[in-house]
Design a protein around this ligand. Structure first.
Ligand code: SF4
Length: 276
């Protein structure tokens, strides 16, 4: 019997590694169980950034992308997460329900990638909905084909990271293909599921006007996309790469200037998107 850990409060910027050395490889996970157990990094209690209102943000483990600027490489592998029951998470969430509801907030599950442990994520989202909370995930969409109707019905909002509009650029930035993300975006549009698109602006990697234009033109006709959020690169995750002995390629990449951020915002707006 595997020992359960504690659901740790903290920050996405805390380094957590090697907590569950016997966990399966992330690539091998097909969470088609009922999702009673899973691996988590931590949770934050007072985000005003990851969806409407005040949010609890749960960071789950496991991701198949390898974004060169990732702020949380310690969420890539399940072995770095803490093995917990969904009920532990739900019980902890329950403590915050009155405050979250009074502040029009809810639960956002981020990571890592919430759809690696699909059933675990779904179980927690469903419980949150039953408690009357607004629910969201932040996802790259790469595993969107795994999301069945039952999973999508547990979601009030999807924060969809479109990391690049050009397939070659996407592959360079993430190590994976762009097409599954676009497919997932189109499916969410067909369903009318509310989406906030997120785009990480990395000078020299994703800031090329043609690259931005491809995302803007793809997103602009989608009536379900409420916002496009431009997120300038920051370096708060650099220390994790060093601690994990990974090569961090952006140590010398400058933060986007206000002019660059404005140029990209204006590109999205000119295409017809609400951007901020
Ligand atoms: S999708 Fe998110 S968690 Fe995964 S590598 Fe990219 S930035 Fe990191």
């Amino acid at each position: 019997m595997v020992q359960l850990g504690n659901v740790e409060s903290g920050s996405r910027h805390d380094l957590r590694v090697g907590i569950s050395p016997d966990a399966p490889d992330t690539d091998d996970v097909r969470d088609d169980s009922e999702g009673a157990f899973g691996y988590v990094h931590s949770y934050e209690t007072s985000s005003r950034y990851d969806g409407p209102g005040l949010r609890i943000v749960l960071f789950v483990s496991g991701c198949l992308l390898r974004c060169s600027y990732c702020h949380n490489p310690d969420t890539w592998h399940l072995k770095d997460g803490t093995y917990v029951s969904a009920q532990q998470v739900i019980d902890r969430l329950g403590d915050f329900v009155p405050a979250l509801r009074s502040l029009d907030g809810g639960l956002t599950i981020s990571g890592g990638e919430p759809m690696v442990q699909l059933a675990f994520t779904r179980r927690i989202l469903a419980a949150a909905q039953q408690m009357g909370l607004h629910t969201a995930i932040e996802t790259s969409g790469f595993l969107g084909d795994r999301a069945d109707d039952r999973f999508l019905s547990c979601l009030d909002l999807v924060l969809l990271d479109i990391k690049s509009g050009d397939p070659d650029r996407y592959r360079k930035a993430t190590g994976r293909e762009l097409a599954p993300t676009l497919r997932f975006a189109e499916r969410l549009a067909a369903l009318g599921k509310p989406v906030w698109v997120r785009f990480t602006l990395v000078p020299g990697l994703t800031d090329d006007p043609a690259n931005v234009e491809k995302i803007a033109r793809f997103v602009a006709p989608m009536k379900n996309v409420e916002w496009v959020e431009v997120q300038p690169l920051h370096q708060l995750g650099e220390f994790k790469w060093k601690a994990m002995k990974l090569e961090y390629k952006h140590a010398d990449t400058p933060r986007p200037t206000p002019d660059l951020v404005n140029r990209v915002l204006e590109q999205f707006r000119a295409a017809g998107c609400r951007a901020r």
